[in-house]
Design a protein. Structure first.
Length: 639
């Protein structure tokens, strides 16, 4: 029995309509991100219930018909009359900002905090939505259609001894650019929530395919499990450590572990009330300050650091993987920045500082053997940093070592300009293509470095192996900005580093090996968008004096249509192109196409690089089996 709302509810309809008119205001966007917000909204409500102590299991199901079901085992939602004369379920799902939150008196309070745009927003953006609430012995069902503008009467559909809430909704295809939920995205997010919510089970089902998929996430000690997950496939220098405590109403959980061999970067993942704080904030600075201070104090105490010496934060955090999770009361919760990814709450800093200072010193004392080994590593990091700084200063003063000069003069065809802000370095596969590139380039600002043979897989080796490898050594010298923890992108001799390989399997393999090296040892280059992949054409189409280059099959088909009968040649490699052709199609800034390489998501990229390029074959096999559909390239975002 559907009915439209009466006149007195005209405000509700206007509210729902406002959401449909400007969905971006409520869920950020109508692309894939915005679409998934609908699920996060429902899950947040179920998680809140679990955090209040009701229900330990949450299930998310992607149904065959394109809808999504979110179910919990909480108290269920009361369906009696609300003060407004409407049924409470109707209030929750149609009144803007009503959220899913009730007071025990039967009224509702508006959902505060960062997330929680409310169930009514999800309803407004859905073709249909159903809710089934098992509460007080009966299951009550209510159905909404057309963005919440039509509602059924609540109906008792059965009796039960259980309690819980099940909401199923189908996103409105006329509002979203895509209504295709991404199973992997949902699994990633639910796994993360399960890590942060020890003891709660989250199940994700995908029933859309012939072969249904399902993942269950449950961690009795989520912080430790999170660290294990992040460091999977990497060698480690310490046991994972967990520190928890409370300070002035803020709960702080920290877990960390140091990775070894070849892992120079630090990875800190921080969360506040389950929301990722990508841009850090007061809690992260509290963590960094207290962490650095504790290790400095310990190093001094055991006599490895003289009174005037100190370890920098970057020395202390070399190879560190850490997860930081805070629970901050809503009334002092403050997020900052354009994407609200930064904690602004001032109390965040002293809270983390106090919890860490109090407990880290004790851990260091109790685990002397490990602590001493960590200090040794930090001292090495400091040494490398200082040596690197000195070397760079000398290079700047023009005191390049004879060895460096010799290595470079041998291979590099340098650019004439001294202005690094306009210079480009082409890394070219093979000597013959290197020759064409050298002839074809604009030598005023373009330098060519040919790479011979395969590049070392840097995920599988130590810093020492890299130093011994001629190819990478030359690359490091050529870029001239150091390597690993000593790398400083602002010292780079080039503004763009362009990987130019054949468009075949070998070529993509070389790309991946180089990107892996940049990711591990010169990450700021990727973070600052300084690494590119050149896109050579696949075909040359000529007819009379007209010559066109095509970069994929689609373009080829179009060119054929346009030109009629024409001669088509397929380039098998860069070497087949003349210097002139290479310049025109691939190197000339006015006519070339470059792909800019960035990092899609730190956490994802980190794990994929470690697992796919690392030395644990078993892990790799399992990973590939479970994830046949994506490749390492997915970790590097290409613009
Ligand atoms: F968002 C939503 F409303 F659609 C929604 C709410 C979706 C999902 C999947 C779950 C929920 C939800 C709400 N699960 N559990 C609750 N519980 C309450 O809202 C509730 C129930 C009883 C009482 C009480 O004081 O008796 C209080 C609350 C907050």
């Amino acid at each position: 029995m559907e009915r439209e709302y009466t006149e007195q509810n005209i405000q509700i309809l206007e509210g729902l309509e406002a959401v449909r008119k400007r969905p971006g205001m409520y869920i950020g966007s109508t692309d894939e991100l915005g679409l998934h917000h609908l699920i996060w909204e429902m899950v947040d409500n179920a998680v809140d219930e679990a955090l209040n102590g009701y229900g330990k299991k949450i299930t998310v199901t992607l149904e065959k018909d394109g809808s999504c079901t979110v179910a919990d085992e909480g108290r269920g939602m009361p369906s009696g009359m609300h003060a407004s004369g409407m049924n409470t379920l109707q209030v929750i799902f149609t009144v803007l900002h009503a959220g899913g939150k009730f007071t025990s008196e039967g009224g509702y309070k508006t959902a505060g905090g960062l997330h929680g745009v409310g169930a009514s927003v999800v309803n407004a953006l859905s073709e249909w939505l159903t809710v089934e609430s098992a509460y007080g012995g009966e299951i009550v069902r209510m159905e909404f259609t057309d963005g919440g503008s039509k509602a059924s009467q609540p109906k008792i559909i059965g009796a039960t001894r259980k309690t819980g809430t099940t909401v199923r909704f189908k996103p409105d295809a006329s509002i979203f650019k895509t209504v295709n939920f991404n199973y992997e995205t949902i699994c990633d997010r639910m796994r993360e929530e399960a890590f942060l919510l020890s003891g709660i089970t989250i199940i994700v089902n995908d029933k859309r395919k012939e072969k249904e998929a399902s993942e269950t996430y449950f961690f009795s000690d989520g912080m430790m499990a999170f660290i294990d997950y992040l460091n999977e496939g990497k060698s480690v220098l310490s046991k994972p450590v967990k520190i928890s405590g409370d300070y002035e109403g803020i709960h702080v959980d920290v877990a960390f572990q140091f990775t070894g061999d070849g892992n120079y970067s630090e990875s800190i993942y921080s969360f506040v009330n389950l929301v990722r704080t990508r841009d850090g904030g007061t809690h992260e600075s509290g963590f960094k300050g207290a962490f650095t201070a504790a290790f400095n104090e310990y190093a001094r105490k055991i006599g490895k650091l003289k009174a005037k010496e100190k370890l920098d934060g970057s020395d202390v955090r070399e190879g560190l993987t850490a997860v930081l999770s805070l629970t901050v009361p809503e009334n002092i919760l403050q997020f900052e920045g354009q994407t609200k990814g930064k904690l602004g709450t001032p109390q965040g800093k002293p809270a983390v500082d106090n919890v860490i200072s109090e407990k880290l010193a004790a851990w260091l004392e109790e685990n002397r053997e490990q602590s001493d080994a960590l200090i040794d590593r930090m001292l090495l990091a400091r040494q490398a940093r200082e040596a690197g700084k000195k070397a760079r200063e000398e290079v700047r003063k023009g005191k390049k070592s004879a060895r460096q000069e010799r290595v470079l003069s041998d291979k590099l065809s340098p650019a004439n300009s001294k202005d690094s802000s306009i210079k480009e370095l082409f890394l070219v596969e093979g000597d013959s293509a290197g020759g064409s590139a050298k002839q074809g380039r604009d030598s005023r600002f373009q330098a060519i470095l040919p790479l011979r043979g395969k590049v070392l897989n840097t995920e599988k080796c130590t810093m020492r192996d890299i130093e011994k490898n001629e190819e990478l050594n030359t690359l490091i010298y050529t870029i001239g900005a150091g390597v690993g923890s000593d790398f400083d992108y602002s010292d780079s001799h080039y503004n763009k580093i362009i990987i130019m390989t054949d468009a075949d399997d070998d070529g993509s393999h070389i790309q991946i090996l180089l990107l892996t090296f940049f990711y591990r040892y010169m990450r700021p280059l990727l973070e600052h968008g300084m690494v590119y992949i050149a896109l050579p054409p696949l075909y040359k189409v000529s007819k009379g004096k007209t010559v066109e280059y095509c970069y994929d099959d689609e373009e080829l088909a179009q060119a054929r249509k346009r030109l009629g009968k024409a001669t088509i040649s397929r380039y098998k490699g860069l070497g087949e192109m003349s210097a002139q052709q290479l310049w025109e199609t691939t190197m000339n800034p006015a006519s070339r196409t470059l792909l800019k390489v960035g990092i899609e998501d730190g956490m994802k990229a980190e794990r994929r690089v470690a697992v796919l390029m690392g030395d644990k074959a078993e892990l790799r096999r399992k990973w590939i089996e479970e994830n046949v559909s994506f490749t390492l390239e997915d970790s590097f975002k290409v613009e």
